[in-house]
Design a protein around this ligand. Structure first.
Ligand SMILES: Nc1nc2c(c(=O)[nH]1)N[C@H]1C(S)=C(S)[C@@H](COP(=O)(O)O)O[C@H]1N2
Ligand SMILES: [Mo]
Length: 388
């Protein structure tokens, strides 16, 4: 259970604080560096507005994480960011039904109790909103242990017919969309090709960090698509529909669409693509000072491709390798840290970059294709910090 794991860490942490200081820093287990020690002080980012803080969780409100204070591998449920585009429906557990409809051999209607009686799967998955951005400390982000059932098994049991290529996921939340001068009531909907839907790690989650999923995060059941941007993880999921053509709802085809100027097989084009797989990204979340020196922390997200390295660069210095949290798993976020022994007082620029096993390096802002839309911010992000 994640909570027990966290509790163990905290207990060990309390006992271990006496270690403190210079000698301990290098040998300290990674997780013990996450929680700020009593004498550890946050160095201010000079590229941030003063007095910036994350808002409280409110019904219907968007909430983000103050990433400077990340102190655990699993984001506590109450701190995990919240984004929704319509309402937040309250669905009584005993009334909940999930339907699988369309081009399947047998239509499915399944209650929550029936879902829970199926073999349980658990996976660590971290994700960010496709619209996450530096101005809010990349706070539309979180990492959790999700518990639920395999989508693949359910779909295989229902039997996708050979003409069924697209799997559409509908939430119970609803809004009015003005489309071609007409008001159309629609539920939140997202889709993917059946080969993506059949990936073994895609799941229908009814638990988050060992607790029943709460209303904000899509109770009683949501989709979790490890390695994809947040928008794929349909909350309040109550219908899965298999069809023979692409789904063109707002969140696939009009919104969460990245417009970028890129080379398409040798031809320069303005291309529009749906926000799906998470781009290779790292960012620095904080710099702290303790009695041993300064510590730089950050996170990595990507589509699950294993990583080769994460590096940090200070001012015009060399790239220096950072330590990746050994608790990281394929689809979790990867927290990293780098000890900064010779920080001098004054303003410094720090930046991180991640490289995956295929040799793909996180792009610099110059290397990112011209991209007027606000989605998929994954360029290296230099920050300025005031060291004291
Ligand atoms: N039904 C439904 N699911 C949804 C959304 C929504 O508006 N309605 N928003 C999506 C977006 S854009 C994001 S970033 C994630 C956020 O999940 P969270 O609020 O649990 O962090 O949910 C996704 N799933
Ligand atoms: Mo999002």
């Amino acid at each position: 259970m994640p909570q027990e794991k966290e509790q163990q860490r905290r207990n060990v942490l309390k006992g271990g604080l006496a270690l403190g200081g210079v000698a301990a820093t290098a040998s300290m287990p990674f997780w013990s560096k996450l929680a700020l020690a009593q004498d550890e002080e946050l160095m201010p980012f000079t590229d941030m507005p003063e007095g910036f803080t994350a808002p409280p969780v409110t019904p219907g409100g968007i909430h983000f994480l103050d990433t400077r204070y990340i102190d655990s591998f699993y984001t506590p449920v109450d701190d995990f960011y919240i984004v929704q585009h319509y309402n937040q429906p309250v669905i009584p557990e005993d009334e909940y039904r999930l339907q699988i409809t369309g081009m399947v051999d047998s239509l499915v209607e399944i209650s929550l109790a029936e879902l829970k009686s199926r073999p349980k799967v658990e996976i660590d998955a971290g994700f960010e909103c496709g619209g996450n951005r530096a101005a809010i400390f990349h706070g539309l982000i979180g990492n959790a242990r999700w518990g639920g059932v395999s989508l693949r098994e359910l779909l295989l049991e229902a039997g996708i017919q050979s003409a069924g290529i697209e799997v559409v996921f509908y939430g119970a939340d609803m809004g009015t969309e003005n489309i071609r001068d007409m008001d159309a009531e629609q539920n939140f909907g997202r889709s993917m090709h059946f080969s993506d839907a059949l990936r073994s790690e895609v799941m229908l989650a009814y638990e988050m960090n060992g607790e029943p999923l709460n209303m904000y995060h899509g109770a009683p059941v949501r989709l979790i698509v490890p390695g994809w941007y947040g928008v794929a993880n349909v909350k309040w999921l109550n219908q899965i529909h298999v069809q023979d053509r692409r789904f063109m709802g707002r969140f696939m085809a009009r919104d969460y669409v990245t417009l970028s100027h890129r080379n398409i097989g040798g031809v320069e084009r303005w291309e529009e693509r749906s926000v799906t797989k998470t781009q290779l990204k790292s960012a620095i979340i904080r710099v702290t000072r303790n009695d041993g020196g300064h510590e730089i922390m950050g996170f990595v997200l990507n589509d699950g491709t294993p990583l080769r390295s994460v590096e940090v660069k200070i001012d015009d210095g060399p790239w220096q390798s950072a330590e990746i949290d050994p608790d990281s798993t394929q689809y979790s976020w990867k927290l990293f840290s780098r000890f900064w022994s010779d920080a001098t007082p004054g303003e410094h620029t720090i930046v991180s970059r991640v490289t995956d096993v295929n040799g793909q390096v996180q792009a610099t802002p110059d290397q990112i294709p011209e991209k007027p839309t606000r989605w998929e911010n994954h360029a290296q992000f230099p920050r300025t910090v005031m060291i004291s």
